[in-house]
Every structure is written in structure tokens, then in C-alpha cells.
Design a binder for this molecule. Structure first.
Ligand code: PGA
Length: 227
């Protein structure tokens, strides 16, 4: 975050939610990765799954880097981890450069010992008439694991979490959504031009996100200060 550290007490006292201000994204990401690792190990001791809700984008990259480092250097195992990603562009093929399936594989999934059957990412390849059924099924799977233990979030310039653009209801569920023009503009460079950005996405709803047992929302840098 961009606030001066000396402002942090003042900012904290005005917040209802616990807010932690760090000197930089790296420092914060390492602490968040440690918190995730602690939860994974605690759940393992209980012989239980650790269900993580995961975002994409530039914000979580250093958290994933640190988790991968912990796996490779410190022996952190993801064998008991189950993941549910927040969203995917629609339509989208998983092998495409901009696909969130590809993003997750490169940054985390292919680099740790997660079981393939424990990985869930919204499917951008299904016919549109199958999307509502897919979304209900996605939610049922989350429920079957007892809900999300820890939901990690970034936040877009529109204030979206997942792809829940402004106007999304507090009780909204997993669904197809039209992307805001600011989100499309922000994605343009990844797609080599705004005209190539999909106009829609599948996203978990605000209602789903709020059902998580714990949420960590990360926002780094001046670009996010206002929102
Ligand atoms: P960013 O995107 O992490 O790339 O800034 C966040 C978001 O749009 O949710």
C-alpha cells in the first residue's frame, strides 16, 4: 500500500476491518505465504483438507513465488490442499497466453505437489447454455469440501473482487458477468489490444466469497490506493 508508515495508526483506527500496512509488496507477500503455509500444516495435522480460494493477476504473484520456494526448499507439501480459482475469462481456451488456467499452472500449480483432482478453475470452454449448470456444480464442489478455509483476493481498479464488477450484489453467486470497460482497458495489453479482450467472464459471486472462513485482500501500490 502507498500510505506512509507513520499514517498507519490513523488509518487503522478508521477501519472496521483489520488492516495491515506494509513497506512493500514483497514483505507482505512473504507474510501471507507464511500464514497460508501455517494453515496448510495445521489442517494436515488434523488430517483435513485445506481449501484455498485463489486469485490471478499481478497482485498474488509474489505470494505464489514464496509458496513455491517453501515447497522446493522447506518441504512444504500441498498434498492436502484443494484449490478453487475465483474466475476465468469467457470464452477462453486453457492453453491461451491469457488463460487463468495457464497463469495458475505457471505460477503455482505445476510447481508444487497439488493433486490434479484437487484443482478447480472455472471452465471458459463450455457452451454458454451450460454455464449456469457449471456454476452450480462449482459451488456444490466448494460445499462438498466444507467451504473455503482461506480466500485470497486482489482488487481491480473498478473495485472488483474476482470479476464482480460494480453493481454486483452482496449475495451474488457464481455466474457469467459482463466486464467493465475499465477492466477491459486494464486487460488490453495482455490481449494485444482492447478489441481482443473477452467481454465476459465466469466469476464466483460476492456471496460465495463472503462465505469463506477467512479472507485476505491484497492491494499493492499507488494504482490501487484510491479504490
Ligand atoms: P492485478 O488485478 O492484480 O493485476 O492488479 C487485480 C484484479 O483485477 O482483481
Amino acid at each position: 500500500m502507498t500510505f506512509l508508515h507513520s499514517d498507519s495508526e490513523n488509518i487503522r483506527s478508521r477501519e472496521n476491518l483489520p488492516v495491515t500496512i506494509h513497506h512493500g509488496a514483497r514483505e507482505a507477500s512473504v507474510l501471507i505465504a507464511k500464514e497460508i503455509a501455517t494453515l496448510i500444516k495445521k489442517k494436515k495435522e488434523l488430517n483435513d483438507h485445506c481449501v484455498l480460494g485463489l486469485p490471478t493477476g499481478s497482485t498474488p504473484v509474489e505470494v505464489y513465488d514464496e509458496l513455491v520456494r517453501m515447497h522446493k526448499e522447506d518441504g512444504l507439501s500441498f498434498e492436502n490442499v484443494v484449490t478453487f480459482n475465483l474466475d476465468e475469462y469467457y470464452p477462453m481456451q486453457p492453453y491461451k497466453l491469457q488463460s487463468y488456467v495457464r497463469f495458475m499452472r505457471e505460477h503455482l500449480l505445476d510447481q508444487v505437489d497439488l493433486k490434479p483432482e484437487n484443482i478447480h478453475i472455472p471452465d471458459g470452454t463450455i457452451p454458454v447454455e451450460e454455464v449456469p449448470g457449471f456454476c452450480r456444480n462449482y459451488e456444490e464442489k466448494v460445499k462438498s469440501y466444507g467451504g473455503i478455509d482461506l480466500q485470497l483476493l486482489g482488487i481491480g481498479r473498478t473495485g472488483h473482487i474476482g470479476f464482480n464488477e460494480p453493481g454486483s450484489g452482496k449475495k451474488s453467486r457464481t455466474r457469467l458477468i459482463s466486464l467493465d470497460h475499465i477492466t477491459i482497458a486494464d486487460s488490453a495489453s495482455d490481449f494485444f489490444g482492447e478489441e481482443n479482450v473477452p467481454k465476459r467472464a465466469i466469476t464466483m459471486g460476492i456471496g460465495n466469497i463472503l462465505e469463506s472462513k477467512q479472507i485476505i485482500l491484497m492491494a499493492w501500490g499507488e494504482g490501487k490506493a484510491k479504490i
